[in-house]
Write a protein that binds this ligand. Structure first.
Ligand SMILES: C[S@@+](CC[C@H](N)C(=O)[O-])C[C@H]1O[C@@H](n2cnc3c(N)ncnc32)[C@H](O)[C@@H]1O
Length: 363
Protein backbone atom coordinates (compact mmCIF):
# COMPACT_ATOMS: atom_id res chain seq x y z
CA UNK A 1 0.00 0.00 0.00
CA UNK A 2 2.91 2.37 0.70
CA UNK A 3 3.64 3.27 -2.98
CA UNK A 4 -0.02 4.26 -3.49
CA UNK A 5 -0.07 6.29 -0.30
CA UNK A 6 3.08 8.08 -1.45
CA UNK A 7 1.46 8.93 -4.78
CA UNK A 8 -1.60 10.28 -3.02
CA UNK A 9 0.47 12.44 -0.68
CA UNK A 10 2.64 13.82 -3.47
CA UNK A 11 -0.47 14.69 -5.52
CA UNK A 12 -1.82 16.52 -2.46
CA UNK A 13 1.40 18.56 -2.37
CA UNK A 14 3.23 16.92 0.56
CA UNK A 15 6.94 16.11 0.52
CA UNK A 16 7.85 12.56 1.55
CA UNK A 17 10.52 12.73 4.27
CA UNK A 18 10.96 9.01 4.88
CA UNK A 19 9.49 5.78 3.59
CA UNK A 20 8.99 2.99 6.07
CA UNK A 21 7.85 -0.60 5.62
CA UNK A 22 4.25 0.17 6.53
CA UNK A 23 4.01 3.93 6.22
CA UNK A 24 5.53 7.21 5.19
CA UNK A 25 6.65 10.29 7.09
CA UNK A 26 5.78 13.84 6.07
CA UNK A 27 5.92 17.21 7.82
CA UNK A 28 2.55 18.56 8.86
CA UNK A 29 0.39 20.24 11.47
CA UNK A 30 -2.71 19.02 13.29
CA UNK A 31 -4.70 20.96 10.66
CA UNK A 32 -2.99 18.87 7.99
CA UNK A 33 -4.05 15.77 9.94
CA UNK A 34 -7.68 16.92 9.65
CA UNK A 35 -7.30 17.23 5.90
CA UNK A 36 -5.48 13.91 5.52
CA UNK A 37 -8.03 11.99 7.59
CA UNK A 38 -10.79 13.27 5.36
CA UNK A 39 -9.10 12.88 2.00
CA UNK A 40 -6.64 9.97 1.96
CA UNK A 41 -7.99 6.85 0.26
CA UNK A 42 -5.23 4.30 0.85
CA UNK A 43 -4.05 5.22 4.38
CA UNK A 44 -5.16 3.34 7.47
CA UNK A 45 -4.10 5.89 10.05
CA UNK A 46 -2.70 9.39 10.35
CA UNK A 47 -0.28 9.55 13.29
CA UNK A 48 0.91 12.91 14.64
CA UNK A 49 4.39 12.69 16.18
CA UNK A 50 4.70 14.15 19.70
CA UNK A 51 8.14 12.98 20.74
CA UNK A 52 11.01 10.64 19.89
CA UNK A 53 13.39 9.47 22.61
CA UNK A 54 15.67 6.69 23.76
CA UNK A 55 14.28 4.12 26.20
CA UNK A 56 16.07 1.00 27.36
CA UNK A 57 13.55 -0.20 29.91
CA UNK A 58 9.92 0.23 30.97
CA UNK A 59 11.06 2.55 33.78
CA UNK A 60 12.90 4.77 31.33
CA UNK A 61 9.92 4.73 28.96
CA UNK A 62 7.63 5.78 31.80
CA UNK A 63 9.99 8.57 32.89
CA UNK A 64 10.29 9.93 29.35
CA UNK A 65 6.56 9.72 28.70
CA UNK A 66 5.89 11.81 31.79
CA UNK A 67 7.84 14.71 30.23
CA UNK A 68 5.18 15.08 27.51
CA UNK A 69 2.46 17.64 28.42
CA UNK A 70 -0.42 15.15 28.05
CA UNK A 71 -2.78 17.47 29.92
CA UNK A 72 -2.64 19.77 26.87
CA UNK A 73 -3.93 17.00 24.57
CA UNK A 74 -6.18 14.80 26.65
CA UNK A 75 -9.15 15.89 28.75
CA UNK A 76 -8.91 14.80 32.39
CA UNK A 77 -12.49 13.53 32.05
CA UNK A 78 -11.85 11.96 28.63
CA UNK A 79 -11.11 8.41 27.54
CA UNK A 80 -7.75 7.16 26.40
CA UNK A 81 -6.71 4.08 24.46
CA UNK A 82 -3.08 3.15 23.91
CA UNK A 83 -1.99 1.08 20.92
CA UNK A 84 1.58 0.04 20.27
CA UNK A 85 4.19 -1.73 18.22
CA UNK A 86 6.92 -3.00 20.55
CA UNK A 87 10.01 -4.91 19.51
CA UNK A 88 12.50 -4.72 22.31
CA UNK A 89 14.69 -7.49 23.77
CA UNK A 90 14.20 -6.30 27.35
CA UNK A 91 10.39 -6.43 27.00
CA UNK A 92 8.95 -9.93 27.12
CA UNK A 93 5.49 -8.83 28.15
CA UNK A 94 4.22 -6.15 25.76
CA UNK A 95 0.95 -5.88 27.64
CA UNK A 96 2.87 -4.84 30.72
CA UNK A 97 4.79 -2.25 28.67
CA UNK A 98 1.50 -0.90 27.33
CA UNK A 99 0.13 -0.66 30.83
CA UNK A 100 3.26 1.15 32.04
CA UNK A 101 2.96 3.62 29.16
CA UNK A 102 -0.73 4.22 29.72
CA UNK A 103 -0.19 4.70 33.47
CA UNK A 104 2.56 7.23 32.82
CA UNK A 105 0.18 9.29 30.66
CA UNK A 106 -2.79 9.23 33.03
CA UNK A 107 -0.57 9.78 36.10
CA UNK A 108 0.84 12.93 34.55
CA UNK A 109 -2.67 14.22 33.82
CA UNK A 110 -3.85 13.40 37.35
CA UNK A 111 -0.79 15.12 38.87
CA UNK A 112 -1.39 18.28 36.83
CA UNK A 113 -5.17 18.39 36.70
CA UNK A 114 -6.37 16.52 39.79
CA UNK A 115 -8.32 13.91 37.80
CA UNK A 116 -7.42 11.22 35.28
CA UNK A 117 -9.11 10.09 32.08
CA UNK A 118 -10.63 6.63 31.84
CA UNK A 119 -8.81 4.16 29.66
CA UNK A 120 -9.60 0.99 27.76
CA UNK A 121 -9.47 -0.69 24.34
CA UNK A 122 -12.08 1.39 22.46
CA UNK A 123 -10.63 3.46 19.64
CA UNK A 124 -13.49 5.92 19.39
CA UNK A 125 -11.94 8.72 21.47
CA UNK A 126 -8.32 9.75 22.20
CA UNK A 127 -5.82 7.21 20.90
CA UNK A 128 -2.07 7.30 21.55
CA UNK A 129 0.29 5.14 19.52
CA UNK A 130 3.66 4.00 20.89
CA UNK A 131 6.30 2.71 18.48
CA UNK A 132 9.19 1.20 20.40
CA UNK A 133 11.88 -0.69 18.51
CA UNK A 134 15.22 -1.47 20.11
CA UNK A 135 15.99 1.51 22.31
CA UNK A 136 14.19 4.06 20.12
CA UNK A 137 10.67 5.10 21.02
CA UNK A 138 8.28 7.39 19.14
CA UNK A 139 5.00 8.56 20.60
CA UNK A 140 2.12 9.72 18.44
CA UNK A 141 -1.45 10.93 18.70
CA UNK A 142 -3.46 8.64 16.45
CA UNK A 143 -5.60 11.29 14.80
CA UNK A 144 -7.70 8.67 12.99
CA UNK A 145 -8.75 6.55 15.97
CA UNK A 146 -10.62 3.79 14.19
CA UNK A 147 -8.80 2.67 11.04
CA UNK A 148 -9.59 4.79 7.98
CA UNK A 149 -10.58 1.69 6.02
CA UNK A 150 -13.78 1.85 8.05
CA UNK A 151 -15.33 4.47 5.85
CA UNK A 152 -18.72 3.83 7.40
CA UNK A 153 -20.62 2.80 4.28
CA UNK A 154 -20.23 -0.94 4.50
CA UNK A 155 -23.20 -1.97 6.59
CA UNK A 156 -23.81 -5.17 4.63
CA UNK A 157 -21.14 -7.61 3.60
CA UNK A 158 -21.25 -10.54 1.28
CA UNK A 159 -18.52 -13.20 1.01
CA UNK A 160 -14.98 -12.01 1.74
CA UNK A 161 -15.36 -8.26 1.22
CA UNK A 162 -12.08 -6.45 0.74
CA UNK A 163 -10.99 -3.48 2.81
CA UNK A 164 -12.03 -0.15 1.39
CA UNK A 165 -8.42 1.10 1.43
CA UNK A 166 -7.29 -1.97 -0.52
CA UNK A 167 -10.03 -1.41 -3.10
CA UNK A 168 -8.84 2.19 -3.49
CA UNK A 169 -5.23 0.99 -3.92
CA UNK A 170 -6.29 -1.56 -6.57
CA UNK A 171 -8.06 1.14 -8.57
CA UNK A 172 -5.09 3.51 -8.22
CA UNK A 173 -2.65 0.79 -9.25
CA UNK A 174 -4.40 0.31 -12.57
CA UNK A 175 -4.78 2.51 -15.65
CA UNK A 176 -8.30 3.75 -14.87
CA UNK A 177 -8.94 7.45 -15.27
CA UNK A 178 -11.91 9.14 -13.68
CA UNK A 179 -13.68 9.74 -17.01
CA UNK A 180 -13.32 6.09 -18.13
CA UNK A 181 -15.80 3.26 -17.65
CA UNK A 182 -15.28 1.14 -14.55
CA UNK A 183 -16.73 -2.36 -14.93
CA UNK A 184 -16.72 -4.67 -11.93
CA UNK A 185 -18.18 -8.14 -12.51
CA UNK A 186 -18.24 -10.35 -9.37
CA UNK A 187 -18.74 -7.16 -7.33
CA UNK A 188 -19.65 -8.88 -4.03
CA UNK A 189 -20.48 -6.15 -1.49
CA UNK A 190 -19.57 -3.52 -4.07
CA UNK A 191 -16.42 -2.14 -2.46
CA UNK A 192 -14.49 -1.62 -5.73
CA UNK A 193 -17.42 0.00 -7.55
CA UNK A 194 -18.21 2.26 -4.58
CA UNK A 195 -14.57 3.37 -4.26
CA UNK A 196 -14.50 4.04 -8.02
CA UNK A 197 -17.67 6.14 -7.73
CA UNK A 198 -16.14 8.13 -4.86
CA UNK A 199 -13.01 8.73 -6.93
CA UNK A 200 -14.88 9.55 -10.13
CA UNK A 201 -16.86 12.23 -8.28
CA UNK A 202 -13.80 13.36 -6.27
CA UNK A 203 -15.72 12.80 -3.06
CA UNK A 204 -13.46 12.74 0.00
CA UNK A 205 -13.95 9.35 1.68
CA UNK A 206 -13.70 10.81 5.20
CA UNK A 207 -16.90 12.81 4.62
CA UNK A 208 -18.77 9.54 5.07
CA UNK A 209 -17.87 9.06 8.70
CA UNK A 210 -18.48 11.35 11.66
CA UNK A 211 -15.85 10.26 14.17
CA UNK A 212 -12.05 10.52 14.13
CA UNK A 213 -9.46 10.48 16.92
CA UNK A 214 -8.53 14.09 16.19
CA UNK A 215 -11.97 15.29 17.29
CA UNK A 216 -11.15 14.19 20.87
CA UNK A 217 -7.84 16.02 21.17
CA UNK A 218 -8.05 19.11 23.40
CA UNK A 219 -8.13 22.31 21.39
CA UNK A 220 -9.77 20.60 18.41
CA UNK A 221 -11.19 23.38 16.28
CA UNK A 222 -14.74 22.44 15.43
CA UNK A 223 -15.19 25.49 13.18
CA UNK A 224 -12.15 24.70 11.02
CA UNK A 225 -13.30 21.09 10.80
CA UNK A 226 -16.78 22.09 9.61
CA UNK A 227 -15.34 24.58 7.13
CA UNK A 228 -12.97 21.99 5.72
CA UNK A 229 -15.73 19.41 5.37
CA UNK A 230 -17.94 21.89 3.59
CA UNK A 231 -15.11 22.90 1.21
CA UNK A 232 -14.43 19.26 0.41
CA UNK A 233 -18.12 18.60 -0.15
CA UNK A 234 -18.26 21.49 -2.61
CA UNK A 235 -15.16 20.29 -4.44
CA UNK A 236 -16.81 17.02 -5.42
CA UNK A 237 -18.36 16.69 -8.87
CA UNK A 238 -21.93 15.50 -9.44
CA UNK A 239 -21.76 13.01 -12.29
CA UNK A 240 -18.86 10.85 -13.40
CA UNK A 241 -18.19 10.94 -17.16
CA UNK A 242 -17.71 7.19 -17.54
CA UNK A 243 -20.15 4.47 -16.57
CA UNK A 244 -19.73 2.39 -13.42
CA UNK A 245 -21.16 -1.09 -13.80
CA UNK A 246 -21.27 -3.70 -11.03
CA UNK A 247 -22.64 -7.22 -11.36
CA UNK A 248 -22.70 -10.45 -9.39
CA UNK A 249 -24.37 -13.81 -9.84
CA UNK A 250 -25.67 -13.79 -6.27
CA UNK A 251 -28.72 -11.62 -5.60
CA UNK A 252 -27.69 -11.23 -1.91
CA UNK A 253 -24.40 -9.71 -3.06
CA UNK A 254 -26.22 -7.24 -5.32
CA UNK A 255 -28.59 -6.36 -2.51
CA UNK A 256 -25.70 -5.74 -0.10
CA UNK A 257 -23.76 -3.74 -2.73
CA UNK A 258 -26.78 -1.54 -3.46
CA UNK A 259 -27.33 -0.86 0.23
CA UNK A 260 -23.68 0.00 0.80
CA UNK A 261 -23.66 2.28 -2.23
CA UNK A 262 -26.77 3.98 -0.86
CA UNK A 263 -25.04 4.58 2.50
CA UNK A 264 -22.05 5.99 0.61
CA UNK A 265 -24.39 8.25 -1.37
CA UNK A 266 -23.29 6.84 -4.73
CA UNK A 267 -26.03 4.30 -5.53
CA UNK A 268 -27.38 6.54 -8.32
CA UNK A 269 -23.96 6.45 -10.00
CA UNK A 270 -23.58 2.68 -10.22
CA UNK A 271 -25.49 0.38 -12.60
CA UNK A 272 -26.09 -2.86 -10.70
CA UNK A 273 -27.09 -6.12 -12.34
CA UNK A 274 -27.58 -9.62 -11.01
CA UNK A 275 -26.03 -11.86 -13.65
CA UNK A 276 -23.26 -14.27 -14.46
CA UNK A 277 -20.08 -12.27 -15.17
CA UNK A 278 -20.23 -13.34 -18.84
CA UNK A 279 -23.46 -11.33 -19.25
CA UNK A 280 -22.01 -8.09 -17.87
CA UNK A 281 -22.33 -5.23 -20.36
CA UNK A 282 -19.01 -3.93 -21.66
CA UNK A 283 -19.69 -0.48 -23.13
CA UNK A 284 -17.62 1.04 -25.95
CA UNK A 285 -14.87 3.49 -25.03
CA UNK A 286 -11.96 3.60 -22.61
CA UNK A 287 -12.37 1.53 -19.53
CA UNK A 288 -11.17 -1.09 -17.09
CA UNK A 289 -12.75 -4.43 -16.24
CA UNK A 290 -11.82 -5.39 -12.66
CA UNK A 291 -12.38 -8.84 -11.16
CA UNK A 292 -11.92 -10.01 -7.58
CA UNK A 293 -12.98 -13.62 -8.10
CA UNK A 294 -13.39 -16.20 -5.34
CA UNK A 295 -10.00 -17.74 -4.61
CA UNK A 296 -10.80 -20.86 -2.67
CA UNK A 297 -11.91 -19.56 0.68
CA UNK A 298 -14.97 -21.84 0.61
CA UNK A 299 -14.82 -25.61 0.91
CA UNK A 300 -15.67 -27.41 -2.31
CA UNK A 301 -14.59 -24.58 -4.60
CA UNK A 302 -11.19 -26.08 -5.53
CA UNK A 303 -12.46 -28.02 -8.53
CA UNK A 304 -14.61 -25.23 -9.95
CA UNK A 305 -12.15 -22.38 -9.63
CA UNK A 306 -9.64 -23.32 -12.37
CA UNK A 307 -12.58 -23.40 -14.81
CA UNK A 308 -13.85 -20.05 -13.52
CA UNK A 309 -10.44 -18.38 -13.89
CA UNK A 310 -10.06 -19.77 -17.42
CA UNK A 311 -13.53 -18.41 -18.24
CA UNK A 312 -12.44 -14.95 -17.04
CA UNK A 313 -9.51 -15.12 -19.48
CA UNK A 314 -11.88 -16.13 -22.31
CA UNK A 315 -14.26 -13.28 -21.40
CA UNK A 316 -11.37 -10.81 -21.51
CA UNK A 317 -10.34 -12.11 -24.95
CA UNK A 318 -13.79 -12.22 -26.52
CA UNK A 319 -15.69 -9.33 -24.94
CA UNK A 320 -13.24 -6.78 -23.59
CA UNK A 321 -11.04 -5.78 -26.55
CA UNK A 322 -9.68 -2.27 -26.14
CA UNK A 323 -10.03 -2.30 -22.35
CA UNK A 324 -7.57 -2.95 -19.55
CA UNK A 325 -8.39 -6.10 -17.60
CA UNK A 326 -7.52 -6.64 -13.94
CA UNK A 327 -7.75 -9.68 -11.68
CA UNK A 328 -7.05 -9.34 -7.97
CA UNK A 329 -6.53 -12.69 -6.30
CA UNK A 330 -4.93 -14.27 -3.27
CA UNK A 331 -4.48 -17.55 -5.12
CA UNK A 332 -1.40 -17.31 -7.31
CA UNK A 333 -1.51 -20.80 -8.89
CA UNK A 334 -5.11 -20.14 -9.96
CA UNK A 335 -4.17 -16.89 -11.66
CA UNK A 336 -2.13 -18.91 -14.19
CA UNK A 337 -5.39 -20.48 -15.42
CA UNK A 338 -6.49 -17.13 -16.87
CA UNK A 339 -4.30 -18.06 -19.82
CA UNK A 340 -3.29 -14.53 -20.81
CA UNK A 341 0.05 -12.82 -20.45
CA UNK A 342 -0.10 -10.13 -17.80
CA UNK A 343 1.52 -6.76 -18.50
CA UNK A 344 1.97 -6.07 -14.76
CA UNK A 345 1.82 -8.11 -11.54
CA UNK A 346 1.45 -5.90 -8.51
CA UNK A 347 1.96 -7.33 -5.03
CA UNK A 348 -0.63 -6.29 -2.47
CA UNK A 349 -1.77 -7.74 0.83
CA UNK A 350 -5.40 -8.58 1.54
CA UNK A 351 -5.13 -8.46 5.34
CA UNK A 352 -2.38 -11.05 5.77
CA UNK A 353 -2.92 -12.87 2.46
CA UNK A 354 -0.21 -12.18 -0.09
CA UNK A 355 -2.13 -11.30 -3.24
CA UNK A 356 -1.53 -10.07 -6.76
CA UNK A 357 -3.22 -7.57 -8.98
CA UNK A 358 -2.69 -8.82 -12.52
CA UNK A 359 -3.04 -6.39 -15.39
CA UNK A 360 -3.92 -7.44 -18.93
CA UNK A 361 -3.81 -5.25 -22.01
CA UNK A 362 -6.74 -6.53 -24.06
CA UNK A 363 -6.39 -6.16 -27.81
C1 LIG B 1 -14.31 -12.53 -3.45
S1 LIG B 1 -15.96 -12.07 -3.74
C2 LIG B 1 -15.81 -10.37 -4.23
C3 LIG B 1 -15.68 -9.47 -3.04
C4 LIG B 1 -15.74 -8.01 -3.38
N1 LIG B 1 -14.50 -7.51 -3.96
C5 LIG B 1 -16.09 -7.21 -2.12
O1 LIG B 1 -15.31 -6.32 -1.71
O2 LIG B 1 -17.11 -7.49 -1.53
C6 LIG B 1 -16.32 -12.92 -5.24
C7 LIG B 1 -17.71 -12.71 -5.79
O3 LIG B 1 -17.80 -13.39 -7.04
C8 LIG B 1 -19.17 -13.79 -7.23
N2 LIG B 1 -19.21 -14.81 -8.29
C9 LIG B 1 -18.75 -16.08 -8.25
N3 LIG B 1 -18.97 -16.71 -9.44
C10 LIG B 1 -19.58 -15.81 -10.25
C11 LIG B 1 -20.03 -15.84 -11.60
N4 LIG B 1 -19.92 -16.94 -12.35
N5 LIG B 1 -20.57 -14.72 -12.12
C12 LIG B 1 -20.70 -13.60 -11.38
N6 LIG B 1 -20.30 -13.51 -10.07
C13 LIG B 1 -19.74 -14.60 -9.52
C14 LIG B 1 -19.56 -14.26 -5.84
O4 LIG B 1 -20.98 -14.24 -5.71
C15 LIG B 1 -18.85 -13.26 -4.93
O5 LIG B 1 -19.72 -12.22 -4.58
Amino acid sequence: MVPFLKTELVLLGFVIRKTRLAGVEIDGTLDDCMFLNLTLRTAHRVHFLLKEFEANSSEELSRRLKTIPWEEYIDKHGYLSLTSFIKNKSITNTQFANLTAKDAIVDRIRDRKGARPDSGPKLNQTVVFLFWKGNQASVYLDTSGESLNRRGYRKESHTAPMQETLAAAIIQAGKWESDWHFINPMCGSGTLAIEAALMATQKAPGLLRPNFGIKHILGFEEDSWKKLRSELRQASVKEPKGRIIASDIDSRAIQAAKKNAQTAGVDHLIEFKKCDFRDTEIPDGNGVVVFNPPYGERIGEENELPILYKAIGDFFKKECAGKWGYVFTGNLPLSKKIGLRSSQRIELYNSTIESRLLEFELY
